[in-house]
Write a protein that binds this ligand. Structure first.
Ligand code: M6R
Length: 615
């Protein structure tokens, strides 16, 4: 078992890029930043060394920065606007200091000879700022990052100097630094991920793989405490002053994986990738007779005595689906919890299992929950899409989701992969008798097909989504295993289409929210023909009597529904426990088309970032 690393403090997620080589750094950096923009997009900037350090910054997206640079240089000139072949860049999700040009990275020291981009948080930035001010340093921004530039100004750019400066910083960081007079980018990490992309006669730096994808043939992850000096020809990594080597990973996906591939938005592309993602995530993991192989070895002697599923946002909805699915298989106590609300667990033996669900593996509350559970003696299992993430470093074991990079801030394919991961885990831990097991296995293996059929219903879902663009409020109701589907659907409408949608348990609607129902409040009912159907039908009739228009998502042609619902969507049928997969796809598409009709910035909703690494 690997040790628990202390990298679970707040570490804001932002995009970092760096380039050193023969090419003009500016276009390389702008393209790289564009690809990691999903990590934060309130402001951005670059610093390029060409004798001296030049910076360019903008509030907003990387395209705004590109336009600002073109404007400043005369768009027609076509010349490299900030010349030089050594540079760093950053795209920000503001934490300390509002989104503004002054607070955008890179940050410079007093002399303008040191430029820093940073992902993390300097927890002691107030005392450091006071101390540096007392020594004559003048600050330009409100950010915590700027103190690092001033500390580096004092300590110098040698690896020892950088180590000395960083020893003063409390909190996690990943930084890339330019020093005037040097031909290298200096990179360091503690607690926040950063990678170095290896090219031919050139090297790159990135907060994650998309930043280096189009030029690198391989990449390496820095470990906590590493300080690297990256030139065009060489990468030298030191750990506690000693030269070390880090494993080179090969890039097994191409720029097309981070391109929209002909779709108007990443979200739409990722929604359409879901049949393939389900195939990939199930591949080699379930046989036709329902025997499951996971990435971890299960020791039958240490079966769970109780199980907790923890996650945030969509991952917490997946956890809720997992809870109901497990409850259908076992009497073992199973509980889904929002990681952000979970209290520190009581001390238990390894019979208590905490399953941490997180696509990024970096969500602060979920990483904390993993650490707390591990400290309390639980066996901790991460279900994540990023094998080298904080959560995999914290948990005892990992099951990799294999969903591929998800760029859109709203999750779609990773949600389905989380559901599939939980289904597999349930079948692995609590295999039913042979007949039902075979039946479930067959249905699970057919899910990609069912999702494909749901995608084929796009025209109807587009029409409904577009119509919903006129609504100010909506309810999405479900029951049993589809109550979390209602919550997930509502989350999609909120974040992507800015529609105030409430996910509600159908039986709870009459305990208050009925007061809000009327002709302007559409209600989407998720009602596959399972043992919740009759109760759902009652709820829908009650809603109908209050004059609210109903969109019913079901899986069969029901005469009774046709007479009360304004629209009935007949989704492909599957096993009752797997209906959340098909329901989620329909709701994703409706939310997408609703957002499209409203002209929302679909892949980058306001105020959000892909992973929430702060509490
Ligand atoms: O990376 P994680 O799965 O831990 O992220 C958890 C949530 O932040 C995430 O699911 C969020 O709710 C999505 N934007 C929803 O679409």
């Amino acid at each position: 078992m690997r040790g628990v690393v202390n990298d679970t403090k707040e570490k804001p997620v932002c995009g970092i890029a760096g380039y050193v080589g023969p090419a003009d750094a500016l276009p390389v950096l702008l393209n790289a930043l564009h690809r990691v923009e999903y990590r934060g997009y309130d402001s951005c900037g670059v610093a390029i060394l060409n004798g001296r350090i030049e910076t360019a910054k903008a509030v907003g997206y990387v395209d705004d920065l590109r336009a600002a640079i073109e404007d400043a240089n005369g768009a027609a000139s076509g010349a490299a606007a900030v010349p030089g072949s050594l540079g760093i860049g950053h795209t920000r999700w503001a934490t300390v200091g509002s989104p503004s040009k002054l607070n955008a990275h890179p940050h410079l020291d007093c002399t303008g000879r040191v430029a820093v981009v940073h992902n993390g948080s300097v927890e002691n930035h107030y005392p450091l700022r006071e101390e540096l001010r007392a020594r004559g340093h003048r600050f330009r921004s409100e950010t915590d990052t700027e103190v690092i530039a001033h500390l580096l100004e004092e300590s110098g750019g040698s690896p020892d100097g950088v180590a000395e400066a960083l020893a003063r910083v409390h909190g996690p960081y990943a930084i890339a630094v330019l020093f005037e007079g040097s031909d290298a980018i200096t990179v360091a990490r503690r607690g926040s991920p950063i990678i170095i992309g290896l090219g031919h006669g050139e090297n790159m730096v990135g907060s994650d793989v998309p930043a280096v994808l189009d030029r690198a043939h391989g990449f390496l992850h820095l470990e906590d405490g590493d300080i690297a000096t990256v030139t065009a020809a060489n990468v030298e990594i030191r750990h506690r002053g000693e030269l070390v080597r880090r494993r080179v990973h090969h890039v097994n996906w191409g720029p097309e994986d981070v391109d929209k591939g002909g779709y108007a938005h990443f979200l739409l592309k990722e929604i359409h990738e879901q049949p393939r993602v389900l195939r990939d995530t199930l591949a080699g993991r379930i046989t036709t007779d329902g025997r499951v192989t996971l990435d971890l070895k299960l020791d039958r002697r240490t079966m769970p005595e109780e199980l907790f599923f923890l996650g945030c946002g969509s991952a917490s909805h997946a956890a809720m689906v997992g809870e109901t699915f497990f409850a259908s298989l076992t009497d073992t106590r199973v509980q889904a919890l929002e990681a952000s609300e979970a209290v520190r667990p009581k001390r238990r033996g390894p019979g208590a299992w905490s399953v941490l669900v997180s696509q990024s593996g970096e969500t602060a509350d979920t990483v904390d929950a993993a650490r707390d559970a591990r400290r309390a003696g639980h066996f901790t299992l991460a279900l994540t899409n990023v094998p080298e993430s904080s959560i995999t470093r914290t948990a005892h074991a990992t099951h990799h989701l294999r969903a591929g990079q998800e760029i859109s801030v709203a999750s779609s394919k990773t949600y389905l992969a989380q559901l599939a991961g939980l289904y597999l885990l349930g079948l692995a831990l609590y295999p039913p008798a042979e007949r039902p097991r075979r039946k479930l296995a067959a249905a699970l293996r057919k899910l990609p097909e069912a999702v494909q059929q749901a995608l084929a219903m796009s025209p109807q879902l587009e029409q409904l989504g577009t119509r919903l663009a006129a609504a100010e409020h909506a309810f999405i109701i479900g029951k049993g295993i589809n109550y979390p589907t209602a919550l997930e659907g509502a989350l999609k409408f909120k974040e992507v289409a800015y529609l105030h949608a409430e996910g509600y348990a159908s039986g709870e609607l009459k305990h208050g929210p009925f007061a809000l129902l009327g002709p302007d409040t559409p209600v989407i009912a998720i009602m596959p023909r399972d043992d919740t159907y009759d109760r759902m039908l009652v709820a829908v009739e009650e809603v109908h009597s209050r004059g609210a228009p109903i969109i019913a998502l079901t899986d069969c042609d029901n005469a009774e529904l046709q007479s009360i619902a304004q629209s009935v969507v007949c989704l492909p049928p599957t096993e009752p426990m797997f209906t959340p997969v098909v329901g989620a796809v329909a709701l994703q598409l409706m939310a997408y088309y609703c957002a499209l009709a409203k002209g929302c910035p679909i892949d980058r909703p306001r105020n959000l970032a892909k992973s929430v690494t702060v509490h």
